[in-house]
Design a protein around this ligand. Structure first.
Ligand SMILES: *Cc1c(COP(=O)(O)O)cnc(C)c1O
Length: 225
């Protein structure tokens, strides 16, 4: 509760106008890429809670956040008016409890221990398994090899596995497209409907490869501080 502070209404108004313009442009961009049925997840990380409120005024109902502390603070500030939050950041097992009641979808589940903690703190929660598309040990996500075991486990402990999540390789379209294609094929082979893939820089590639959800920060809220 120490994070609680009132909403700065003038900041909400200041953010709402450019956000409306960017949202319209983004919808055009998604439609032009053939993504009429693709869900938009606005990513509000590193932007103030007022950006979330401005988004809600434009009809956005669910937001992506990367950091447990920041998500918990926004949720607590907004109280009953809090939107749904998707957790999309690197997930530490000891942070799950802090955000268990605030998160509606856990998109970045990449290991069994974290899945177990989510099932304990938020039984039956909706989740995605995050895959390390670049197979780079420095990056988050489960390897393709270990994915069937992770997804089986998540389902066996009662999590609702909606699909798979992945992050493209910065400044490498060929690698990004290959990773997205592999993620889509893997989801299909496991009978999972959703693929959360595509960000500001690579949403067209992601939609082309079968994304059902793009996670967009910069194109909506501007550059992060
Ligand atoms: C920050 C982030 C996004 C949004 O990125 P933009 O390039 O600002 O659109 C999407 N997904 C994840 C996992 C992120 O960390």
């Amino acid at each position: 509760m120490t994070d609680q502070h009132p909403i700065d209404e003038s900041l909400v108004e200041q953010l709402a106008a450019p956000l409306g313009e960017r949202l319209a442009a983004l919808h055009d961009r998604i439609a032009a890429a053939g993504g009429d049925n693709v869900q938009l997840l606005p990513v509000s990380k590193a932007h103030p809670v007022e950006a979330v409120v401005a988004g809600q005024r434009h009809g956005l109902a669910t937001f992506g956040e990367n950091y447990a502390q920041e998500l918990a603070a926004k949720h607590s500030t907004l109280g009953e008016d809090a939107p749904g939050f998707h957790f999309i950041g690197q997930l530490q097992r000891n942070k799950v409890r802090q955000i268990a009641t605030a998160v509606t979808v856990w998109q970045s589940v990449d290991r069994i221990r974290v899945a177990d903690e989510i099932a304990k703190r938020a039984p039956g929660a909706h989740a995605f398994a995050q895959v390390n598309l670049a197979e780079d040990p420095a990056k988050a996500g489960c390897n393709f090899e270990d994915l069937p075991e992770l997804v089986d486990h998540m389902q066996s402990i009662g999590l609702q596995v909606d699909g798979l999540m992945g992050v493209g390789t910065a400044a490498d379209d060929a690698a990004t497209a290959a990773g997205f294609r592999r993620l889509r094929a893997q989801a299909d082979s496991m009978g999972l409907a959703d693929c959360s893939m595509g960000m500001t820089a690579d949403l067209e590639l992601a939609i082309k490869e079968g994304s059902t959800m793009v996670r967009i920060g910069t194109a909506l809220f501007g550059a992060r501080q």
